[in-house]
Design a protein around this ligand. Structure first.
Ligand SMILES: [Cu+2]
Length: 94
């Protein structure tokens, strides 16, 4: 029984990983402003398909500070944004 549960859990985990790997779709954008204090970044982004959002300029939160520190105004980026606790957050950066 235990082995079965473990096998099931591992399978579920593998499926999750496979799905998220496939789902990663980077969106292009240009950094307009970096706010290290507020951990926010303004990005002129192209269409965000996963969020059903057209191209626009908007403020995102950054998943972590190190990510923010690599960003500079005017920089071209490719990123993944997701809704984290109701707030649009950049979770992946190329
Ligand atoms: Cu937007």
């Amino acid at each position: 029984m235990n082995t079965l549960i473990k096998a099931g859990a591992i399978f579920a985990l593998m499926m999750t990983m496979a799905t998220s790997a496939l789902a990663i779709d980077y969106t292009k954008g240009v950094v307009k402003k970096v706010d290290l204090k507020q951990k926010k970044v303004t990005v002129i982004h192209e269409e965000l398909i996963n969020l059903d959002m057209p191209a626009m300029t908007m403020v995102f939160r950054a998943a972590d500070e190190t990510m923010l520190q690599t960003l500079q105004e005017g920089q071209n980026i490719e990123f993944v944004a997701e809704r984290v606790k109701g707030k649009l957050t950049i979770v992946e950066l190329k």
